[in-house]
Design a protein around this ligand. Structure first.
Ligand code: KIV
Length: 278
């Protein structure tokens, strides 16, 4: 049975911590499903982790639909949330509903996530009225990198912290089923988590959130050149891939691969007939 937004909310009521991981492809989604992960995010971070852009801004709705579909083929139990890319929820509310609807109808995910607080609250309300579950996202909102002037923690002054609390409350009031808190001070995340009935899912927001989301590439250590401060790499798979590729090139070079057992044979008669014809 697939996990629902109600199950995730019940986890907060029971005081059970919620784990969410990003996933962008079938294989990873299948493995995370097998691990028992309750919630997957097909984040627009795929722009950087998978597509090689230097921000999430170039990611399109078509990119998201493509990756949501792949994740859905691998994930049968987790609640899957698809990110609304930059400019797919700003132009008009009716276009936003159509775009989010496409993520659910064509992509197959169960909910969408969009960045922003008070200024997107009426959009969130409209989506929820249309039957589309919405996860909010405040704090460091990467799609606003040009407005924020870089990827830096938010809510560090009393005024900024108050604005973020109001953002979180506006999202809850608009019907968001959960809110991501990205890169905000731990005490602020704690107050927001205490004040909201819906779960907060933190990334770089300290230990007092109801759940934690991590970018799967960071957990696996896939990027040997950069690990964000808030990430917990359990392996250095980027370096492992380089090492495996070098080992294999060496085996091809020195002739130790492939071995006899890696090949396919044909029966003697077919071989003799073939050699006669050749
Ligand atoms: O796109 C993403 O991966 C995200 C998470 C970092 C919350 O928005």
């Amino acid at each position: 049975m697939r996990i629902t937004i109600r199950d995730v909310q019940a986890m907060k009521s029971r005081g059970e911590r919620i784990s969410m991981f990003t996933a962008y492809d079938y294989t990873t989604a299948k493995l995370l499903d097998r691990a028992g992960v309750p919630m997957l995010l097909v984040g627009d971070s795929l722009g950087m982790t998978v597509l090689g852009y230097d921000s999430t801004i170039p990611v399109t709705l078509d990119d998201m639909v493509h990756h949501v579909k792949a994740v859905m083929r691998g994930a049968h139990r987790p609640l899957v949330v698809g990110d609304m890319p930059f400019m797919t929820f700003q132009v008009s509310e009716s276009q936003t509903v159509a775009n989010a609807g496409r993520l659910l109808q064509v992509g197959g995910c169960q909910a969408v996530k969009l960045e922003g607080g008070v200024r997107v609250a009426s959009t969130v309300k409209r989506l929820v009225e249309a039957g589309i579950p919405v996860m909010g996202h405040i704090g460091l909102t990467p799609q606003s990198v040009n407005e924020l002037g870089g990827y830096r923690a938010q809510g560090k002054t009393a005024a900024a912290a108050t604005r973020l609390l109001l953002d979180a409350q506006a999202l809850e009031e608009a019907g968001a089923f959960a809110v991501v808190l990205e890169c905000i001070p731990t005490p602020l995340a704690r107050v927001i988590t205490d004040r909201l009935k819906v779960p907060t899912i933190g990334i770089g927001a300290g230990p007092y959130c109801d759940g934690q989301v991590q970018v799967i590439n960071d957990l696996l250590g896939l990027n040997p050149d950069f690990t964000p401060r808030h990430a917990k790499p359990y392996a250095q798979m980027g370096l492992s891939i380089i090492d495996i590729a070098r080992q294999h090139m060496e085996a091809v070079q020195d002739g130790s691969f492939p071995e006899e057992q890696n090949g396919y044979q044909m029966d003697e008669a077919a071989l003799a007939e073939f050699l006669q014809q050749a």
